[in-house]
Each structure stands twice: as structure tokens, then as C-alpha cells.
Design a protein around this ligand. Sequence first.
Ligand SMILES: C[S@@+](CC[C@H](N)C(=O)[O-])C[C@H]1O[C@@H](n2cnc3c(N)ncnc32)[C@H](O)[C@@H]1O
Length: 285
Amino acid sequence: MKVVILEVAYSCNVRCKFCYNPWGASKGKRYPQAKVLPKRDFFHIIDKLKQWGVDTLAFSGGEPLLNPDIFEIAAYSKEQGFKNSLLTNGLLVESHAKEIAENFDVVQISLHGTEKTHDRLTGSRGSFQKALMGRMALIDRDVGVSAVIVVNKLNLFDLRDTIALAAAVDMSSVLVNRFLPGGKGIENVKSLGLKENELVEMLNVVEKASEDFGIPPLVGTPTPLCLEGLRSYNFLLKEGCMAGKGLHCAIDPSGGMRVCNHSPQVLGNCLTSDPEESAPDPLFV
Ligand SMILES: C[S@@+](CC[C@H](N)C(=O)[O-])C[C@H]1O[C@@H](n2cnc3c(N)ncnc32)[C@H](O)[C@@H]1O
């Protein structure tokens, strides 16, 4: 599987304390943010990705549903044979449920805790309710919906209940990602970053709660190998860090390519350069 994260919007309608988006960082080198591409350029990028053998596009951002062309871009991608997934905070899902179900195979809705915890982390009161309404609006539609939890110091205590909630609203799986510092999240590393014992606690809660509530788990962000050695959790992403392994890259809303969505380093523009020509080690092998 060759997956590209296609970031189609810089803007967002919440303000997550942990957000890794490199254009949201207030410290360090300024991210080279340019204009969001028009849809015809996204079509062109999709054509290129097809030639490069990519088979799955994960639409992200910012909040991807804030790009007014999202459904046309996703429909084009589907026509070209890609599997489409949508990474969303869920706020606009209810009002676009039909188009989402028509154009995406999988939807991942961020759910960072029970109500108070979630709204505190997103910095947006009511975001929890809207995310749940979004999930409910997709319930009778033919599309898989998973919950994504970014686990950090402020929601670890709530993790079991969050997994229970994801199961209660019939999410097909729960993706548990530990907080990785980046973007605005760098300002909050001290208050959010998990220590080694907390990471082990997270894995133990995931193991027990997913079994108790009958929901398949996956831990997406790579776990340090020294910890994985402690026990064999069978829900850890087996590939480890995917950056530079030929499986993965991120393309930002103006076409800038990065080895990973968590990396702030733009390597070139996907519209004007071809990674197979410009990089000594091709991104896609
Ligand atoms: C940048 S968000 C964009 C999509 C959408 N706006 C949302 O909030 O779900 C993409 C995914 O990254 C997750 N995420 C954001 N910051 C993160 C961090 N610092 N570490 C790990 N995952 C993070 C989000 O929960 C979401 O699943």
C-alpha cells in the first residue's frame, strides 16, 4: 500500500493544543505557506500520484472539509481508482454526510476524550457534540467510520471512557495515536508529552478497553522499539516510522512535499518537480 496524505486546507475550525501542522508553529523557522491550489492543480497532482503507483489518499489539513472543492477533488481521485480516506474533526460532517459517503471509503473522526476533555483539547466548546452528530449522520451510510484519539497527559485519564464511547456509537475501530510534538504542539510539550510509564499505561488501557468494549484498536504513531520489547502488543503499527520508506509522504495545500505529515521540512513542490528525478533515494520505491 502506498499512502499519500493530501492536505487540502491550511485553515481549521478548531484550535487543538497538540496540533502538529507545521504552518501553525509560532516558534522556529517559518513554514513556506503559499496559496491553496485550485482544484485543477489537485487533479494534476492526483494524475502524478497515479503514475507513481500510489493507491490510497488520506485527505487532511487543516480541516479538509473547509476546502470548497473537496468533493470534486475526492470524486476525481475515486474515478482514478484511489481509495479515499477523510481525516476530519467532524464539525462539518453532519451537513455533508451524503457527499462524504459518496466520495470516501473511510472516515476518521477525531475524538480526543469525553465531552469536557475533548472540548478543552480542541479549544472549541461544542466541538465534541458536533463530532458525535457527524458520526451519527454517517451511521446508516455505506462508509467505515473510525475514531482517532491523540493521547496526551490531559486525556490519558479519560482514555478508557473514550474507547467505550467510540464503541457505543458503533465506530468500526479506534486509532490511538500518542501525541507527537510538532507545530503548535511544540509550545505545549511539557503539559502534553507522555512519559515512558504513561505510554505503557496508554498501551495497557488500549489493550484492556478494546477487548472489554469489543472495538478493534490500532496504535498508529510509532512506539519506541525499546518499549515494544517490553510486551508484544498486537495492535501496534508494525512498520514503525514510515517516513522515507517509500510508503508514505505528505503534500501540503500548495503542493509542498514532506516525507511525513509530522515533518516541517518541505522537500520540493509536487507540481513542479518529480521526486524520482530530484531525490537520490526515491520517495517511492
Ligand atoms: C492535523 S489533523 C487534520 C484533520 C482534522 N482537522 C482533525 O483534526 O482531525 C490530522 C490527524 O492528526 C491528528 N493529530 C493532530 N496533531 C497531532 C499530534 N501532535 N500528534 C499525533 N496526532 C495528531 C488529528 O487528531 C487527526 O487525526
